[in-house]
Design a protein around this ligand. Structure first.
Ligand code: SF4
Ligand code: SF4
Length: 140
């Protein structure tokens, strides 16, 4: 049995409109033996589509799948590039903490200091209306 460790990667895919109707996620699962968790999708056949996904699989399969996507004209970027926590605007009011489902926004209760971990963010956008100081921006 193959003991290669399984890795996870969260990425944002931007599809040119001619690829929106192609069964790309099906190929990622079937041809590259990956598991796909769709975290967020904005796809319409008339315009380019965006998908935020978590890929799980062997490193070599993830690499091959990314080459496949790039060959199709899909652009790929790490999730962290699509969300910004504007630290200088944050007043550490903690209004976002109980709302964030993934723990990406967290507070050190002793110091009452809020911090943001983009690796944990699933781009659910719940924090956007919750933040009175517009300290979080999602570019998706
Ligand atoms: S979008 Fe905001 S609320 Fe949602 S997971 Fe990311 S930081 Fe948390
Ligand atoms: S709601 Fe906005 S200002 Fe308040 S802690 Fe969260 S990010 Fe900072």
């Amino acid at each position: 049995m193959d003991q290669t460790p399984i890795q996870k990667r969260r990425i944002v895919l931007t599809f040119p409109k001619e690829t929106v109707n192609q069964p790309i996620t099906y190929h990622l699962v079937k041809d590259y033996d990956l598991m796909i968790n769709i975290l967020r999708a904005k796809v319409s056949p008339e315009e380019e589509g965006k998908l935020v996904i978590e890929l799980s699989g062997r490193a070599r399969d993830i690499k091959k799948a990314i080459t496949y996507l790039k060959d199709l004209g899909v652009s790929i970027q790490p999730l962290a590039q699509d969300i910004k926590w504007l630290e200088d605007r944050c007043t550490h009011c903690t209004a976002c903490i109980s709302i964030c489902p993934s723990g990406a926004l967290s507070v050190d209760r002793k110091e009452m200091f809020v911090s943001f971990d983009s690796e944990k963010c699933i781009l659910c956008t719940l924090c956007i209306p919750a933040c009175p100081f517009k300290a979080i921006e999602i570019l998706l």
